[in-house]
Design a protein around this ligand. Sequence first.
Ligand SMILES: [Zn+2]
Length: 171
Amino acid sequence: MKVEKEYKIEFAGLPLGNNNIQFHVSDDFFASHDYGEVKKGNVLIDILLIKDETILVLEFELSGQIELICDRCAHPMKYELKGLNQLIVKFSDNESSNTEEVVLLKRDLGVLHLAHNIHEFIHLLIPPKRLHKYGGCDQAVMHKLKRLKDEKKFINGDPRWEGLKNLNINN
Ligand SMILES: [Zn+2]
């Protein structure tokens, strides 16, 4: 997998202490994952990697823009992404596993692959409601929605049903 290879840190060669690393993901990154809501975007990932003899702590700062689908008009919308995340890497002599918070890594591998984590972190920053800013929704769709709403109002206000309101069903 090409993308997986691009987002790696060869930590074995890094000095102990603080290290700054920067990655950038764009449309091809999202296209290479066949899961996930985000299909397009431009995100900068600033990483502070603190290296110790037994552990690596990675502080992620994500900022950029992704494309989401608006809940109201179902058209694409740009969303300004900003957020932090952390990853802790512990060394093991025999096992490697990658979960959301702690990565267990065989020490002699010397390389950390972050494509999965970056993809996950971006998705964690998606808001629960995706909505265009006021007035930004697709006008044709909004027009149609308004018409449907008006038609519903008309039916609710139909005088033929008025008599039913006075019926007392308990009698
Ligand atoms: Zn919208």
